[in-house]
Design a protein around this ligand. Sequence first.
Ligand SMILES: *Cc1c(COP(=O)(O)O)cnc(C)c1O
Length: 456
Amino acid sequence: MHNSNLLRQIPKVDELLSHTLLAPLQPRTMLTQAARAVLDNLRCDIQHKRITALPCPKSLAQEVANHFHGFHRPNLQRVINGTGIILHTNLGRAPLAKEALEAVHDAARDYSNLEYCITKGKRSSRHAHTEDLITRLTGAEAAMVVNNNAAAVLLALTVAQQKDVIVSRGELVEIGGSFRVPDVLVQSGCRLVEVGTTNKTHPVDYERAIIPGQTGALLRVHTSNFIMSGFVAKPSLQALADIAQKHDIPLIEDLGSGCMIPLAQYGVHGQPVVADSIKAGVDIVTFSGDKLLGGPQAGIIAGQAGLITKMKAHPLARAMRIDKLCIAALEATLRLYLDPETAVAKIPTLQMLCTPPEKLHEKALLLKEHLDVSNIGEITVIKEASLAGGGAMPEEGLTTAAVAINAHISAQAIEQHFRMGPIPIIGRISRDKFILDARTISTEDFPYIAARLKEA
Ligand SMILES: *Cc1c(COP(=O)(O)O)cnc(C)c1O
């Protein structure tokens, strides 16, 4: 049929809305919007010759109903993370501890003393809620919190007062999402002075680059997401701190993940601990709230009181200000760190990171028991490597256990089936098999995963 004929046959909004299927749906104003959207799409499909006949009234009404229900469905929704990547940036990084959730709930529901000192009955600072905890846990004199670590780095660089900032060529990294150290430095108004080479930078390289009155800071960057090995060298933090102190310029360190407690006893190695940086003499250290810390998105700045005071008063600080819900979550998370064992037991990120391989194997076996694949194929428990993610431990795969579904239908089809359910389950495909990593899946979700597989 000719396009213009089809266009003429498109039903009127009222006609479409009178279908019995749509009778119970309220409010009608939203239903009208849904009907208009469906008819607009239909018109567009006809104009672009994507259809050659009109859908029947019932299927049009069904489409309106689907569109209507879509208004109520949140865009941001929970997913089940079967990738094994603990700090998956695309999947929201760190899930919060129960204590943090409760704190968020209370802060969100009611008024709070966000910027009010209850004992003095006067205005106070929002930084007060987390500063004591951060200084106690890191050994720093003072601390403040901003929106994220990228903001923290930018604010920290303001202490260099738009002068030269000296960085090793081996640390001019891109973290992802266009966060590139040289670019951030330029945005801070400072001038980047590169020293050393890609693989080796020595203390003397920094020494030689320092010009009295012109050098504003030394910057050390944790090269979170990549590793160099072989013929490589960089000064110890201690050596850098000594140089900075001798010339009376601040040493800033962007730690990226920033671990609050040593995790070696749990089999997790090579993570720099914030307190060690402060002890070594770093003047300002910055790190994320939602990487290894396992809290909400935030950027934590800890260090010398004089410098932190200046940063708190900087105009940028207001633009980067952390909101009350994040403060609530961060405070509750930090409080769990007062006892490291409690932190590992209760903060999901640490709990998942520190689960030993034997326990993960048991967990994967339990998941396998839940899953009935008799209709589509077979299932095995395999040893895999999972990643911490979020730029933590790029070199170290953590030994993990996963279930691999070996089905008659393609791994891509299974992947899509799991992804498109009411609660999306995100796994990965490895060697033509669909894989769910036990590390990042809660046992509470096993029955749902099993039910979803049955529908495959
Ligand atoms: C992740 C990271 C950042 C950015 O931190 P966000 O919290 O994502 O803003 C900056 N520097 C390093 C070294 C990082 O690893």
